[in-house]
Design a protein around this ligand. Structure first.
Ligand code: ZN
Ligand code: FE
Length: 259
């Protein structure tokens, strides 16, 4: 079992610390900012063993240099298909890595869509997916097509239901507000809303979430569900095919009305 702790950064980013059982060593996922990470390491008396990057955006890589200034030997894992300075290990679909200092293996998934070379790390019952899936949402399509993102999300949706999804942002309540336009009567969504509200009132993260909960609540994983197909078709004003077409329309719907 992985020990995972969030480090908050910026407005709503989570930088994930993967710790070994005694809590002495940790790998760092998507350090957008070095300062809060260095603080967490110092407070916990934890030695970093590696940096894992999902994609090239500044809020995910901006702290790499600052961390390397303190720990010059740290290996930096990241996507082979993106231009990220200071990567030491370039990864793509099918690669399996053993995270230094931690007794865990991660399988690398290519998940293009938010960015062209975006990767995710899957292992130890956890998925570190950057800005690909959020709880009840998904990343915007900055560099990919709806077809690519649909394929990436389908790959993720096929993982075991008890997988814990560690995304990189606290967007859940905003995402739920949109999801209720798509499926206003989805009981699992309404349940998730109550739980997420309660957590945020206590200033607790709503993530990670379980993949099976995402499959029941996240409109961006529900492109084959009759309710979502019907809602997307009503928005588009024509009958849409389940799958990529419905996904693309729901993404466009959220972009045009919400974000
Ligand atoms: Zn991003
Ligand atoms: Fe981000």
């Amino acid at each position: 079992m992985l020990n995972v702790a969030p480090v908050r950064a910026f407005q709503d980013n989570y930088i994930w610390l993967l710790e070994d059982a005694p809590g002495r060593q940790a790998a760092i996922v998507d350090p957008g900012d070095a300062r809060p990470v260095l603080e967490a390491l110092r407070k916990g008396n934890v030695t970093p063993t590696a940096i894992l990057i999902t994609h090239h955006h500044g809020d995910h890589v901006g702290g790499v240099r600052g961390l390397l200034a303190h720990y010059p030997q740290l290996p930096v894992f990241g996507p082979a298909g993106e231009r990220i300075p200071s990567l030491t290990q370039r990864l793509q679909e099918g690669d399996v890595i053993t995270v230094p200092g931690l007794n865990v293996e991660f399988r690398v998934l290519d998940v293009p869509g938010h960015t062209a070379g975006h990767i995710a790390y899957y292992g130890g019952g956890a998925l570190f997916c950057g800005d690909t899936v959020f709880s009840v949402g998904c990343g915007r399509l900055f560099e990919g097509s709806p077809e690519q993102m649909h394929a990436s999300l389908s790959k993720i949706a096929a993982l075991p239901g008890d997988t814990l999804v560690y995304c990189a942002h606290e967007y859940t309540l905003d995402n739920i507000a949109f999801a209720k336009w798509v499926e206003p009567e989805n009981p699992d969504l309404l349940q998730r809303e109550r739980e997420a509200h309660a957590l945020r009132e206590q200033d607790q993260p709503t993530v990670p979430s379980r993949l099976d909960v995402e499959r029941r609540t996240n409109p961006f994983l529900r492109f084959d569900e009759p309710t979502v197909v019907a809602a997307a078709s009503a928005f588009a004003g024509k009958r849409l095919r389940p799958g990529a077409e419905v996904f693309g329309t729901v993404r466009y719907w959220k972009d045009s009305r919400f974000d």
